[in-house]
Design a protein around this ligand. Sequence first.
Ligand SMILES: [Zn+2]
Length: 255
Amino acid sequence: MRDFTLAKYRELCEAVLKGYEPMTVKSYLMQNPSGSVVIMRHDVDRKPESALRMAELEKEMGIKSTYYFRMKKGVFRKDIIKKIASMGHEIGYHYEVLDKAKGNFEKAIRIFEEELKAFRKIYDVKTICMHGNPLSKWINRDLWSVYDFRNFDIIGEPYISIDYKKVLYLTDTGRNWSTKFSVKDIVNVRSVLYDIKSTDDVIQVLNDRRIEQICISVHPNRWSRNFGEWLKEFVWQNIKNVGKTGVRLYDRSFR
Ligand SMILES: [Zn+2]
């Protein structure tokens, strides 16, 4: 089966449900659970229709996850946001205000307030998550080194509020997972090295159940419904990867 298709995503969800309790970011932060959980997070960077399809699939499987929408024409689609929310998923705000304000913090926080207000006209947003634009020289979450999101009745930001010493973070970075990590096997007193490239590798980690808490971040637009879509995304990702080697772009989310 081709990777990064909705069919493959369904397999991933099945593996989550077998050994873990799926959670939204909000419920994770509010409950601070101690058991085996997978925080399911989605960044809706473009193509909100693909988020809707993923949300429907999850709903059908009894999973509730969090969808972070950018405030951008064509992405901030009220109809789609309302539909996804009506399925029981959490909606969050995928902010990029330092980029929009070109690094001006005062302007950035004003934009943040305005955009949050626009979100709250249709949904009571409680968590936010920064968008990482590889072409930008700003890191949007730096806003919170000056301001406090709690003053905006926000309970958390996954990049700040989740303890990644406790929670393994896995993300689909452009049709790839690319992570290497090792886990101490308590019973056999040896380390298990995971080299994660494909979704099947992620499924293997879930099936092993050696790791108690995991956060899976998935971009719905990277997962296609049919071969035509899959091919389009394949070409797009390859163009972007060529660009990446040319100007040395990299994922800034974790600097
Ligand atoms: Zn994003």
